[in-house]
Design a protein around this ligand. Structure first.
Ligand code: GTP
Ligand code: MG
Length: 456
């Protein structure tokens, strides 16, 4: 059947017919209810708030049980998310509840990145669900859905307004999850201060464009209560698992030296309103909003990122095969481009190294030439010195020979004229003088020859 025929068939006007007797399909809602009850439900709560603000206590109070409660230290290096899953049963309804706590939130000196692990955790759960959806053999029917349905954001009661950490975190999370802000430990501030804080918090959220979860007002059955509750946000809550005696009955509350506060007393806090809105009236809407709004947004962005489109450039309907082919081509072109880039980078690197080596070789050559010149210069100087010394030696030898000849002649003369008396002896001296004028030898008549030290 051609596409146009399919469209025409779909647009054909439908006729309304009367049934002449009971058929039985009016039991479909009951079938759905019994099927859903048998299958069970899952609900995932994320508690975001500073260490010790009362997250665990409120969870215990909300579900009237005792969950795991590991106290966090105030010295965590980073924010960590710890999920715990529990199986709960009320009447004949099974609930798989996951409570996720932000451990170490608000304890770091630099809180700039505190929201990141929370965002990553939420995205990771969406990603897991998307992977399951895209599997060839998928089993969404019994898949453990861990997507966060509600984020209870705990605001500290002892301040004038929201902290910048609260604003930044809520702003980052508001497109990913349903946020319900609560003012924790509401029993620690006076009624007036609490009212002022509520107004301030809401005005700050509005002026900063933070989208918190709005209880739905489309369904007539809950429109009234939901719209009135929307005006009471943020809920101021008190948590306690202790029973205190009020009058002659035991109630959940906190006991102080001056009196007691009751968790379920609407004059004392909004705990009952929170429980009503969260669990009794809007639990299904929270689950639906998570799937239809937040997950849908994540899925759309992710698929677009992967190259999927509902319509092609020519407004043709979406074809998975074509999209795959187009994406593959795009990927191959990108790969080629990257390869070329890397090759070019390698060539440039080789060229650079070659140039560096050449420069080094030139330097070495110059140094060698310089050393060679210095060596030649020194050799020349030494040659000069050697020549001078040789000349001096020759001159000395010549003078020595001359002196010896002179001495021989003098001795001969002396032996021919003998002396009569010692005192008449005439001193006959002969001196050999060096080129520099230094007396080298003194020869006296008695053949004694003494050598004078030569000082330069
Ligand atoms: P970490 O998990 O360690 O981050 O703490 P938490 O946020 O889970 O707080 P937790 O519920 O452990 O409570 C910390 C302390 O605050 C305990 O001593 C509680 O009794 C007390 N607390 C909890 N809720 C309230 C409350 O509503 N009012 C008052 N006054 N104290 C509360
Ligand atoms: Mg805790």
């Amino acid at each position: 059947m051609a596409a146009s025929e399919v469209d025409a068939f779909a647009n054909e006007e439908k006729r309304t017919l009367e049934l002449s007797g009971h058929v039985g399909f009016d039991s479909l809602p009951d079938q759905l209810v019994s099927k859903a009850s048998a299958q069970g439900f899952c609900f995932n709560i994320l508690c975001v708030g500073e260490t010790g603000i009362g997250k665990s206590t409120l969870m215990n109070t909300l579900f009237n049980t005792t969950f795991e409660n590991e106290e966090a230290s105030h010295y965590e290096q980073k924010v960590e998310l710890r999920p715990h899953t529990y199986e709960l049963r009320e009447s004949n309804v099974n609930l798989k509840l996951t409570v996720v706590h932000t451990v170490g939130f608000g304890d770091q000196i630099n809180k700039e990145q505190s929201y990141k692990p929370i965002l990553e955790y939420i995205d990771a759960q969406f990603e897991k669900f998307l992977e399951e959806e895209l599997k060839i053999k998928r089993s969404l029917f019994n898949y453990h859905d861990t997507r966060i349905h509600i984020c209870l954001y705990f605001i500290a009661p002892n301040g004038h307004s929201l902290k910048s950490l609260d604003l930044v975190t809520m702003k980052k999370l508001d497109s990913k999850v349903n946020i319900i802000p609560v003012i924790a430990k509401a029993d620690t501030v006076s009624r007036n201060e609490l009212e002022k804080l509520k107004i301030k918090v809401m005005s700050e959220l509005v002026s900063n464009g933070v989208q918190i979860y709005q209880f739905p007002t489309e369904d007539e059955a809950v429109a009234e209560i939901n719209s009135s509750m929307n005006t009471l946000l943020p809920f101021a809550v008190i948590g306690s698992v202790d029973d205190v005696k009020v009058g002659n009955k035991m109630v959940k509350g906190r006991l102080y030296p001056w009196g007691s506060v009751e968790v379920e007393n609407e004059k004392h806090c909004d705990f009952v309103k929170l429980r009503e809105m969260l669990l009794r009236v809007n639990m299904e809407d929270l689950r639906e909003q998570t799937h239809a709004r937040h997950y849908e947004l994540y899925r759309r962005c992710k698929l677009e990122e992967m190259g999927f489109k509902d319509t092609g450039t020519d407004s043709q309907s979406f074809s998975l095969q074509q999209t795959y082919e187009a994406k593959r081509k795009e990927f191959l072109v990108e790969l080629q481009h990257k390869e070329e880039e890397m090759r070019q980078m390698f060539v440039n690197k080789v060229k650079e190294t070659e140039a560096e080596l050449k420069e080094k070789e030139k330097e070495l050559h110059e140094r060698f030439e310089q050393l060679k010149r210095m060596h030649q210069e020194e050799k020349k100087n030494l040659e000069e010195k050697r020549r001078e010394l040789e000349e001096e030696m020759n001159a000395f030898n010549r003078r020595k020979v001359a002196a010896e000849t002179l001495m021989g002649q003098a001795l001969q003369g002396c032996s021919q004229q003998p002396f009569k008396k010692d005192k008449d002896k005439k001193k006959l001296t002969c001196q050999t003088v060096s080129r520099a004028g230094t007396i080298l030898f003194t020869l006296d008549w008695s053949h004694r020859c003494s050598r004078h030290a030569e000082h330069r």
